[in-house]
Structures are given as structure tokens and as C-alpha cells.
Design a protein around this ligand. Structure first.
Ligand code: SAH
Ligand code: AVI
Length: 351
């Protein structure tokens, strides 16, 4: 409930969904073919000011994804330590035909947090959809990725939607009432608390409709000596991804955070079964954001991301709590990652 009202207040703060033609630009100037996005983003401003004032300090992870953040995430997916993308892609290549058999042709594929849509061709080639709707908060990156995909699938109608999937999004009317297959890869669900994940899954079931299916990637619990390097790589790309949030605040919210006085920290929280990313101060700092003064003493952190990991039963339970009934599950030989196909069914009354 709390997550839902938090989502509503963000929506009220101006983070609306925008359906954009492939190749359109998000500018403050608008004409018939351009999308209008307010800059600075009032929802970003509100979350940053509230997050820096809260104790513990925390800023929601969705704000990592400006253009630079999306590029850095893409670089993370190629790192040797970041097994998630590699393993999920191999599971999808091995089982895309099974997904197609279970979903049938002609559905609309709706992808949540599509990013570069790098894994999507594997799914689109197998399921032969009638349309593809990529949804992402990182507008410019979304439109470029959609345009690149359109070259690969010239016959496929593609309708990108820029917006925050944490609140109800209207799907483009052009897709009509064809059956929907939701696609939520990458274990992005892990970036939410369980309560927010359940709210999101229920909202997805609402948006996609009863009888629709969802193909979701969920990262499994594994030893910390595998997880920590995946979130604190030797080349420092994840550190740069984390620190980019501070650069983004400086760029977009008239901030003067001393970025060099923060260091990237990734730690395993066993009680919560999650990797946490923080930005820790190496000495006392004082700065302003949009004219508001802040001070952080040495060794304190800003919590920037949770990445929850799930055991096989936990993942299925999460889906059921979110109104999705698992119908098939595939994993890799080492059980590092799971791809689950689920169907939106009404939650049965308790016996
Ligand atoms: N699906 C891709 C990308 C995962 S990265 C993959 O599997 O590799 C997470 C993606 O979700 C990013 O592209 C980010 O911009 C997007 N994202 C994160 N939070 C979001 C939100 N609340 N609403 C919409 N998109 C979001
Ligand atoms: C997008 N998300 C699932 C990534 C993750 O693994 O939690 C984001 C990320 N953060 C650091 N590295 C990658």
C-alpha cells in the first residue's frame, strides 16, 4: 500500500508516461513528432531532496538511468564478473522455442525496462509477435534502441513508451486487444523490495490483462564471493555507474556534490538476501542541490540500489503474491539464474 501511494505521489510529481514514435526525440520544444519531457524532472528533484534529507540517506535506483547511466549499464552487461546477462541470454537462446510453444504466435510483446533491448531479438524471432512495446524511463536510450531494433525487424510495429513502470501505464491503442506477453528480463524485479515487487507484478497483471503471460528473469541467491565481484568489478565500471548518479544530480539539479569525495561500496546483506550499493564519503562534505544545503560526515553513505536475490521457491511465491501463476521455469546448469513463464490468473480465495 505504501509503495502504491509513493508511486502515485511520484506520478503527481510529473513522471508521466509518453508514447513516442520510433526515432522521435525527447526535447523541451515540441511539435507534431517530438515528445515533451520537462527538464529538470520534478520527480527526480523530489526523490533526491527527500532521499538526502532522510536517515538513512537513500535515492531510488531508477534515477541511475540517464543516457550515461544506460550506457554504463550496457557496459556492465559485458563484464566478465557480471554473469547475469550472459547466463540469462544463454537460457533464453536455449528455450525461446519453448516460450513460443507455450504462448502461441501473434501476441504483443510488452517489455518492462527494455534498456538496449539486446536480448529481445531472441524472443521476437521465436514468438513471431504482432507488435513490440518497449517501456523504459531512459527516453533517449529507449528511442535509439527501438530504432535499431526496427532495422532488424522491419515488418514489426514497434511502439516505445517512455515512463515509470512503477505506476499504471496505458499501452498504445494501436496494439488493439491482441494477447499480451510481458517480458521483464535482467532481474530488474530484484531492484525492488518484495512489497514494491508484488505491487508492480499486480499492476502488470492489470495492464496486460487476465490470461496474458509474463516471461521474467530472476537472479538466484548464491555465495557472496560470486555476487560481490559482479557488483564491484575490477575495471571499476560499476563504481562509475554508481557515481554517475552524483554527476547526474550536479548536471540536472544544479548540484555541487564533490563526486571525488565519494566511493562505491557493494555489500551482501544476508538478512535481506540482497546486494546493496552505497556511495560512502571519504571525508566530511557539504554541498547544495537546487539551492538546498546538505552535509554528510566521513564514512556515512547514500544507499543507491538493492538487488534482491531469490531462491527457487521464493521466486515462485513472489509471482503468486503478484497474481501470476508460474507455468514453466528454465535455469542454467549451475542454477545461477531463472527464467520463469507465468500466467495472469485471479488469486484464489484462501481455503
Ligand atoms: N532489460 C535490460 C535492461 C535492464 S537495466 C536487460 O535485461 O539487460 C534496467 C532497465 O530498466 C534500464 O533500462 C532502466 O532505464 C529501466 N528502468 C529502471 N527503473 C525503471 C522504472 N521505474 N520504470 C521504467 N524503466 C525503468
Ligand atoms: C538492472 N539491474 C537488474 C541491475 C542489477 O543487477 O541489479 C543493475 C545493476 N546494478 C549494478 N550492476 C547492475
Amino acid at each position: 500500500m505504501a509503495a502504491r501511494s509513493e508511486a502515485r505521489s511520484r506520478a503527481d510529481a510529473g513522471q508521466a508516461a509518453i508514447a513516442c514514435p520510433v526515432g522521435a526525440r525527447a526535447d523541451s520544444a515540441s511539435n507534431d513528432t517530438e515528445c515533451t519531457v520537462s527538464t529538470p524532472n520534478p520527480a527526480f528533484r523530489a526523490d533526491v531532496l527527500a532521499g538526502l534529507s532522510a536517515r538513512p540517506r537513500a535515492i531510488p535506483a531508477r534515477w541511475f538511468y540517464d543516457r550515461r547511466g544506460s550506457e554504463l549499464f550496457e557496459a556492465i552487461t559485458h563484464l566478465p564478473e557480471y554473469y547475469l546477462t550472459r547466463v540469462e541470454r544463454s537460457i533464453l537462446s536455449a528455450h525461446a522455442a519453448d516460450v513460443a510453444r507455450l504462448t502461441g504466435p501473434g501476441c504483443v510483446v510488452v517489455e518492462f525496462g527494455s534498456g538496449s533491448s539486446a536480448k529481445t531479438p531472441l524472443l521476437l524471432s521465436a514468438v513471431d509477435p504482432s507488435a513490440y512495446v518497449p517501456i523504459d524511463i531512459s527516453g533517449e536510450f529507449l528511442r535509439e534502441s527501438a530504432a535499431a531494433l526496427a532495422k532488424q525487424f522491419p515488418e514489426l510495429p514497434i511502439h516505445p513508451v517512455e515512463g515509470d513502470f512503477m505506476h499504471r501505464l496505458e499501452l498504445p491503442p494501436e496494439i488493439g486487444d491482441a494477447r499480451r506477453l510481458g517480458f521483464f528480463p535482467g532481474s530488474t524485479i530484484g531492484n525492488m523490495t518484495a512489497a514494491a515487487a508484488v505491487d508492480l507484478l499486480r499492476a502488470m497483471a492489470d495492464t496486460l490483462g487476465e490470461g496474458s503471460k509474463l516471461l521474467i528473469g530472476i537472479d538466484r541467491i548464491k555465495p557472496a564471493n560470486v555476487l560481490i565481484p559482479a557488483y564491484d568489478d575490477a575495471q571499476g565500471v560499476t563504481a562509475e555507474f554508481n557515481l554517475n548518479l552524483l554527476h547526474r544530480i550536479n548536471r540536472e539539479l544544479d548540484g555541487n556534490l564533490p563526486v571525488g569525495a565519494f566511493r562505491h561500496v557493494a555489500q551482501w546483506n544476508d538478512t535481506e538476501a540482497r546486494i546493496e550499493m552505497h556511495l560512502e564519503t571519504t571525508h566530511d562534505v557539504a554541498f547544495t542541490v537546487d539551492g538546498h544545503p546538505f552535509a554528510i560526515s566521513k564514512g556515512k553513505t547514500i544507499h543507491t540500489e538493492n538487488s534482491h536475490k531469490y531462491g527457487p521457491r521464493d521466486a515462485r511465491l513472489l509471482l503468486r503474491a503478484g497474481a501470476w501463476t508460474p507455468v514453466a521455469e528454465w535455469t542454467d546448469r549451475d542454477g545461477l539464474f531463472a527464467l520463469i513463464l507465468a500466467e495472469a490468473r485471479p488469486v484464489p480465495a484462501a481455503p
